[in-house]
Design a protein around this ligand. Structure first.
Ligand code: ADP
Length: 368
């Protein structure tokens, strides 16, 4: 059986993460990160970054493959696939045009992914490429869950609706949890909690996302590192008027200065907050308060999603905060002791979005 090497690429505006898999063995051979793309003294653009990745992978001494011709497929993480992409897909000219179209909905995320895709087309000519979207797992949500209470014409005109994000992570941990619970995914009601810098929760009913906490953008839902999560939209106009803020400034406040950081005034990082909350020094009260709000929101969504699914088998915790803070899982379990059925399991499942992207890419190549 010959090996199949799949390269996974995740491009941000000034960074490119990569990981090479021997996919038949589900084994990661190498991973790395190119940073500061576009800054003086670093890679000029994503094209140069992809070139650097290939030269690292094929380096005579430290490389893990001999030549780029050994790469059998490339999987790209793409944030927004709109309503068009309900699953991962082989990249064609038409797909590239659609990803470009959805840049309007994800102006910070889709353009760098496109640059990465175009760079791979040039540097790795003829190698099949797949796009794996953060939004596609949530395309199974029913209208009653994804529509906002706005005039319907704005959904038709601008596609304003809940899309949801972190879909690859929610899908990965739901599948892994079914394995751990030794039950088919099709018979489970799960709530997956992706708690990293960005945080979102999903109600996964029989393997399908039926609701998720992030919305039209990743700003909705849980309290996050620096994002406010759910808020009365009237607060936005009120603050804009009182503080004479531009739309760009209020957007920065909600996305970059709120959440755990905004409440605690200390940090957006769980490790710093825990240290501060456990001490008696200045700021410990607000650090504690930010954690209380963080946990309260998660518990509220568990209640809501249990109701939405008419039942619950397990709550899954993943990503930086979810995977490394057993006290958090214990506390939520204890808080909800009298609310959820005694049989409900609380599990920590490490996420691996890159592996799922590599697997999807392999499946697509096999079919093609
Ligand atoms: P991103 O969303 O950027 O991928 P991560 O999933 O890495 O972020 O999550 C970042 C969060 O996880 C931070 O709040 C960080 O404090 C927390 N975290 C990561 N490792 C640990 C750890 N060992 N103990 C406690 N918190 C951790």
């Amino acid at each position: 059986m010959s090996a199949m090497f799949i390269l996974v690429i995740n491009c941000g505006s000034s960074s490119a993460k990569y990981q090479l898999f021997d996919i038949k063995k589900c084994h990661s051979l190498e991973k790395g990160l190119i940073e500061r793309i576009g800054r003086a003294g670093h890679c000029k653009n994503h094209y140069d970054a992809i070139g650097l990745i290939i030269s690292r992978l094929t380096d005579k001494k430290a490389g893990v493959i001999r030549s780029k011709s050994e790469i059998g497929g490339i999987g790209h993480r793409v944030v927004h696939g709109g309503e068009e992409f309900k699953t991962s897909t082989l990249i064609t000219g038409k797909v590239i045009a659609s990803i470009e179209k959805y840049s309007e909905l994800a102006p910070l995320h889709n353009p760098p992914s496109l640059s990465g895709i175009k760079a791979c087309l040039a540097v790795l000519k003829g190698v099949p490429q797949a796009a794996v979207f953060d939004t596609s797992f949530h395309q199974t949500m029913p209208e009653k869950a994804f529509l906002y209470g706005l005039p319907y014409k704005y959904y038709e005109k601008y596609g304003i609706r809940k899309y949801g994000f972190h879909g690859t992570s929610h899908r990965f941990v739901a599948q892994a949890a079914a394995g751990m619970l030794n039950k088919p995914l099709g018979r489970l009601k799960l709530i997956t909690c992706h708690l990293g810098n960005g945080c979102s929760m999903t109600a996964v009913d029989k393997g399908k996302s039926i609701d998720t906490s992030m919305g039209f953008t990743p700003l909705e839902g849980l309290l996050m590192g620096t994002r406010s999560g759910d808020i009365d939209p009237a607060v936005v106009f009120y603050l804009m008027e009182k503080e004479n803020l531009s739309p760009a400034r209020i957007s920065d406040i909600l996305n970059k200065e709120s959440g755990l950081l905004g409440i605690s005034g200390v940090s957006n990082d769980m490790r710093d907050l825990l240290k501060r909350a456990m001490g008696r020094g200045p700021g410990s009260g607000r650090a504690k308060l930010s954690l209380d709000i963080f946990i309260y929101r998660i518990e509220k969504y568990i209640g809501a999603y249990q109701a939405a699914m008419r039942g619950l088998d397990a709550v899954i915790f993943t990503a930086g905060i979810g995977e490394h803070n057993p006290w958090l899982v214990k506390r939520i379990k204890k808080d909800l002791n009298d609310v959820v059925n005694k049989k409900v399991k609380f599990l920590v499942v490490p996420t691996n979005e890159e592996l799922l992207i590599a697997r999807d890419t392999y499946e697509i190549i096999k079919k093609g």
